[in-house]
Design a protein. Structure first.
Length: 582
């Protein structure tokens, strides 16, 4: 069932037009996909450039604090050579700095041995085991570090360190501590208030601060890109996924070149140049075009063509069944080609009706004439039979009377055939089963004395023949029944038997079987002798209908079997060659 429905769908007009339109629009679809892809790339590039600027804006406060911290540590490192001689004066400088800059929690000078020489708090504290000191000792340079648990402030701090050199000799470093806390981003500076996730890190890839705190900072960072590698770039924007699998766009900007960087990330849904563009796909435009084609193919073609074709189809089907058609033409909204087809169809239907009426009249005249011919032939044959009967009564010798009686019987058989053709033929066609049933029934009734009890069996399949085949078949059957009655016999304890079978073997083959019992003759033995004329006539009639004759003659049975083709109306048959009968 599904296969049939699929085949019906494939063969529908609107479906084929939709396929053709789809093929025609395929190059346009490819172009639209390419342009949409280029547009999306350009939009991504513009969005990434915008994100770089917005990330810089979001990190302005952090940048200001870090720059201020490094500026202060550089300034304090520059004056260390003059104030180290007075520990109190040195400590006052750092204490005054913390008092004037509340955003910082600690500042001080750590000497080359790791001892806090002077600072805003806890002078003399030993930093020799501190990672910041150890790193500065190995490589004296400006650096920034995140200390999870500051030994003095007891909190997480960002340590900004500047080495101190006196006479080009490393003497220690000045450290300024900036408490690490959740960034306070001013989203009013970001256009449209679109959210950004911001994280700061140093050149070694260590995270210094994060917008949402350091605990969950890892889930905001890109997978497969290390912060140390990103610190090698001045400014970069790229697309990637977070560790939670979210697709985001990342931007890296330097806060302090070669020292501290900020990385911001935005969800891709917030990066469209126009609202909703991020969710768009390059396939939307060709899909919309294709769906439009389907709509045009279905609705336009259905309204303009298919509807009128279906109307014509229904009208044609009605005409084939009832010979009536719709006299109302299609409306003027139909295309002119459809209206021309409708007009041609109505003219054709009217012409067919007129031609059929003329043909029916001709056939009727022919049928009447054919029946009249059969009727006249039957009357003439009966007249001949009557003349033969008169001659038979005047004949003096028994042989002459027997011969005339055989002639009379054959003439009456032919007359009977024409009478049945006259009564049963319809438009040149003859039901062979009805014809043989009438002829054989009459012959069996008239051919035996009343006292003879005959066991007869007849079987006729419905077979339609034409006169050129029905006439010789009827004559063959009549002659066979005449012979069967002539040579009919019986055995003791059984009745005489005649069996007649007309069977349709295939649509183009038929068979006639006539058999009679043999044995003790019903009448005088002279009746069972003959000249062989009947056998010759049967063979001639069998050849005339194009059949093959088989004869089975045993002690108790005589059978004639004729298999013949069922001719079609257009098939030409050879005329009867009655010279064989002379």
């Amino acid at each position: 069932m599904k296969m049939k429905l699929s085949l019906r769908l494939i063969h529908r007009l609107w479906f084929r037009i939709a396929v053709l339109l789809s093929l025609a629009l395929f190059p346009i679809g490819l172009i639209s996909v390419s342009l949409a892809h280029q547009f999306a790339q350009a939009a991504d590039q513009r969005a990434e450039a915008a994100l770089l600027a917005l990330t810089s804006q979001a990190a302005q406060r952090e940048e200001a604090l870090i720059r201020a911290g490094f500026g202060s540590s550089n300034a304090l490192a520059a004056v260390m050579g003059a104030v180290l001689k007075s520990t109190d004066a040195c400590s006052d400088i750092f204490a005054d700095f913390i008092e004037d800059n509340p955003d910082f929690s600690f500042s001080g000078f750590v000497d080359v041995d790791g001892i806090l020489q002077c600072g805003s708090d806890m002078d003399g504290f030993d930093f020799s085991e501190n990672p910041v000191y150890q790193g500065m000792r190995e490589n004296p340079a400006v650096r920034s570090d995140l200390v999870r648990f500051g030994p003095i402030s007891k909190t997480t701090v960002i340590v900004l360190s500047t080495p101190v050199f006196i006479d080009n000799i490393f003497q220690g470093y000045v450290a300024v501590s900036l408490p690490s806390r959740e960034m306070n981003i001013d989203f009013e500076q970001i256009p449209d208030g679109r959210p950004v996730t911001l994280v700061t890190f140093n050149k070694d890839g260590d995270v210094l601060s994060a917008e949402s705190g350091l605990r969950d900072v890892g889930k905001h960072l890109p997978v497969g890109r290390s912060l140390a590698d990103l610190a090698q770039k001045q400014r970069i924007a790229f697309s990637g996924e977070t560790r939670e699998g979210e697709r985001r766009v990342f931007a890296v900007v330097p806060i302090l070149p070669n020292q501290i960087y900020a990385i911001g990330s935005w969800s891709r849904t917030n990066l469209s140049v126009a609202p909703g563009l991020a969710m768009a796909t390059p396939m939307i435009f060709p899909i919309v075009m294709w769906l439009t084609c389907l709509g045009v193919a279905y609705f336009a073609v259905d309204r303009l063509v298919i509807k009128h074709i279906r109307r014509l189809g229904r009208d044609m089907l009605r005409f084939t069944r009832t010979r009536r058609h719709n006299d109302i033409p299609v409306d003027n909204s139909a295309p002119i080609e459809v209206r021309e087809i409708d007009l041609a169809w109505r003219n054709l239907a009217e012409q067919i009706i007129r031609d059929e009426a003329e043909l029916e009249g001709t056939i009727h005249d022919k049928t009447v004439l054919l029946k009249e011919v059969h009727h006249r032939v039957k009357n003439n044959l009966q007249l001949i039979a009557s003349i033969v009967n008169m001659k038979m009564r005047k004949a003096r010798s028994p042989e002459a009377r027997v011969a005339l009686k055989e002639v009379q019987g054959r003439v009456m058989s032919i007359a009977m055939v024409h009478r049945n053709l006259y009564e049963t033929s319809t438009e040149g066609r003859v039901r062979a089963d009805e014809l043989l049933n009438s002829i054989i029934g009459t012959l069996l009734s008239a051919g035996l004395p009343n006292e003879v009890r005959l066991d007869s069996k007849v079987s006729y399949d419905p077979i339609t023949l034409y006169p050129d085949q029905a006439v010789p078949l009827s004559l063959l059957a009549a002659e066979s029944i005449t012979n069967a009655l002539k040579y009919l016999g019986y055995t003791k304890g059984e009745r005489p038997r005649i069996v007649v079978t007309l069977e349709k073997l295939t649509k183009d083959r038929g068979i006639l079987i006539i058999e009679n019992s043999k044995g003790i003759p019903l009448t005088s033995p002279d009746q069972a002798s003959g000249t062989g004329l009947g056998q010759g006539l049967i063979g001639a009639f069998a050849r005339q209908i194009g059949g093959t004759l088989e004869v089975l003659d045993t002690e108790h049975l005589y059978q004639i079997k004729v298999e013949f083709p069922l001719a079609t109306f257009d098939e030409e048959h050879s005329e009867s060659d009655f010279t064989e009968l002379s």
